[in-house]
Design a protein around this ligand. Structure first.
Ligand SMILES: Nc1ncnc2c1ncn2[C@@H]1O[C@H](COP(=O)(O)OP(=O)(O)OP(=O)(O)O)[C@@H](O)[C@H]1O
Ligand SMILES: [Mg+2]
Length: 512
């Protein structure tokens, strides 16, 4: 079979930010109908390379050819016109406009004629590519998975023939991810080419034809997917062997927090909590499995002091909790690793020092109203070092960090409890390793285990069953706002947990 036509050729692209070489002579080719996975540790330079391709950044050196033609550098319009479409991890859609309006926005005047033709084109594309979403739905009401479909439709509407997806599954449920893969298979069947960035190696194995691995801005390997496996890819990424930690069984201590019959109202399609009772014990990791959107967010908000139950109560060390707010929760030793690190975890234009002490500057870094910036900076430096946060230094604005490095800073902040010496009593970890590379995942998980071994109660909320089963001393499943009984380590299989996640076991437990 003759090799398919090369549709994209990046040739020795280099890009520096100050002293940091984010891309160092990176070359990459993409063929018609091919999926190439771009892999690498957090901060390896994946997003930067795609921003150079799309013209958001101007490279210091190197050239780009699309369909055999040189691409004008630093010009997103030229990239679009050449057939390159990019779906960012953080969507750029207008919530108050409809799907159709969002798709047309920026390409044509919304009041111009031709709405009928536009609608037909969108309907045809959603049929051809299996991207079901209603053209007249308001984008603000759509789920994350649906919004992503709008972004892909938008790229296809602009006749993209090369699609770039930057960590597209990081925010999707497993079912939504499956649907995306089905779409990508159809798309490549129709001759589209895809660059797919992901840290989830099982997805890469399932969808990619080839993998290109970056480390510290350089290409360290390019392999055919069928000639490699997850272990080999992980080793290429981090430059050595790697195994994920598993927690050994351990006796739990006293109940530190009890969630006692807590209910919350439903929010539209998102179910509220249904009389949830849960104990968090010292020295124990409590795993909360489930597809996100089943009440986990409501539970995390109640424990973290962001919301109040409609009925039921919290008790902390056997005392009923009366006043409860994020500040009080923190002062009581509850550290939060929020799910949405952009909106709840950080302030983009603040530097790393400011972000590191965001939650604790009053209680721990100031005295009589005077901020101790020296101590704050030392704290930030300790996190940067301890958690391998790749950045120029503590005075960097946090929004310039790669996604994973931002997450590492938040983790360090939470696990250190706002000060290097004082550890939290309870850690509320909501999807703690989302967006992290394999090396960082191993490190973070070992830190959660170490915290448990020091006597901390950990509530681990995760969609990843491997993570839940590898770390948890006791596992609960959440489905439609209901909480399953707790299952001790080793007493549950993944398929059985899957049945609880799908809600089936709740029904039979009820019937019995
Ligand atoms: N505009 C910028 N100014 C300064 N530094 C930047 C800028 N953009 C990226 N960087 C730095 O360049 C490096 C590469 O970042 P990039 O976002 O490309 O990483 P990545 O491979 O996408 O990582 P992740 O998996 O965490 O998303 C990082 O150290 C990042 O902090
Ligand atoms: Mg990135």
């Amino acid at each position: 079979m003759p090799e398919a036509e090369i549709v994209l050729r990046l040739d020795r692209i280099s890009k520096r930010f100050g002293a940091l070489k984010a891309n160092d002579a990176v070359s990459l080719t993409l063929r018609r109908g091919e999926v190439v996975a771009l892999l690498g540790e957090n901060g390896a330079g994946k997003t930067t390379l795609m921003n150079v391709l799309f013209g958001h950044y101007l490279a210091d050196a190197g050239t780009i050819e699309v369909f055999g033609q040189p691409l004008a550098p630093g010009n997103p319009r030229a990239a679009l016109a050449a057939g390159v479409g990019m779906v960012h991890q953080h969507f750029a859609l207008a919530g108050n406009l409809t799907v159709l309006e969002n798709i047309r926005l920026g390409t044509e005047r919304l009041w111009a004629r031709g709405v009928g033709a536009a609608r037909e084109k969108v309907e045809r594309l959603s049929r051809d590519f299996g991207l079901s979403v209603h053209p007249d739905a308001r984008v603000g009401r759509l789920s994350v998975g649906e919004r992503q479909r709008v972004e892909i439709l938008k790229a296809l509407y602009r006749d993209a023939r090369i699609l770039i997806l930057d960590e597209p599954t990081a925010v999707l449920t497993p079912q939504e991810a499956e649907a995306l893969f089905a779409t990508l298979r159809r798309a490549t069947g129709l001759g589209l080419s895809v660059i797919f960035i992901s840290h989830k190696l099982h997805e890469v194995m399932a969808i990619a034809d080839r993998c290109v691995v970056l480390r510290h801005g350089r290409v360290v390997g390019a392999v055919d997917t069928h000639a490699t496996d997850r272990g080999a890819l992980a080793a290429l990424m981090v430059g050595g062997e790697l195994s994920l930690p598993r927690a050994e069984a351990r006796a739990a201590g006293a109940v530190l927090m009890r969630v006692d019959g807590v209910s919350t109202p439903d929010r539209g399609a998102v179910p509220g909590l249904k009389a949830v009772t849960l104990d968090l014990r010292a020295g124990q990791i409590t795993g909360l499995a489930g597809v996100s959107g089943n009440g986990q967010a409501a539970l995390a908000e109640i424990i973290g002091g962001l919301a109040r139950p409609a009925s039921g109560r919290l008790t902390l060390r056997d005392r009923p909790v009366r006043d409860w707010s994020p500040g009080i929760a923190l002062a009581q030793g509850i550290a939060r690793i929020p799910e949405d690190r952009h909106h709840q975890g950080t302030i983009g234009d603040f530097d790393l020092t400011e972000n590191a002490v965001l939650e604790t500057y009053r209680s721990r870094f100031s005295r009589r109203g005077w901020m101790n910036w020296r101590a704050a900076r030392r704290f930030a430096e300790a996190i940067i070092k301890g958690y391998d946060v790749r950045c120029p230094g503590p005075e960097t604005r946090i929004r310039l960090l790669s996604g994973g490095n931002m997450q590492k800073l938040i983790l360090g902040r939470a696990l250190a409890g706002g000060s290097i010496r004082e550890a939290p009593e309870i850690i509320l970890a909501n999807q703690p390793v989302r967006g992290l590379d394999v090396g960082a995942i191993a490190y973070v998980q070992s830190q959660l285990i170490a915290a448990r071994d020091r006597g901390t109660a950990v509530l681990l909320i995760s969609e990843d069953l491997d993570e839940i089963m590898g770390l948890s001393d006791i596992i609960h499943v959440m489905s439609q706002g209901r909480l399953s009984p707790g299952f001790a380590r080793g007493t549950m299989t993944a398929p059985e947990l899957g049945l609880w996640m799908a809600g089936q076991k709740f029904e039979s437990a009820h019937a019995a």
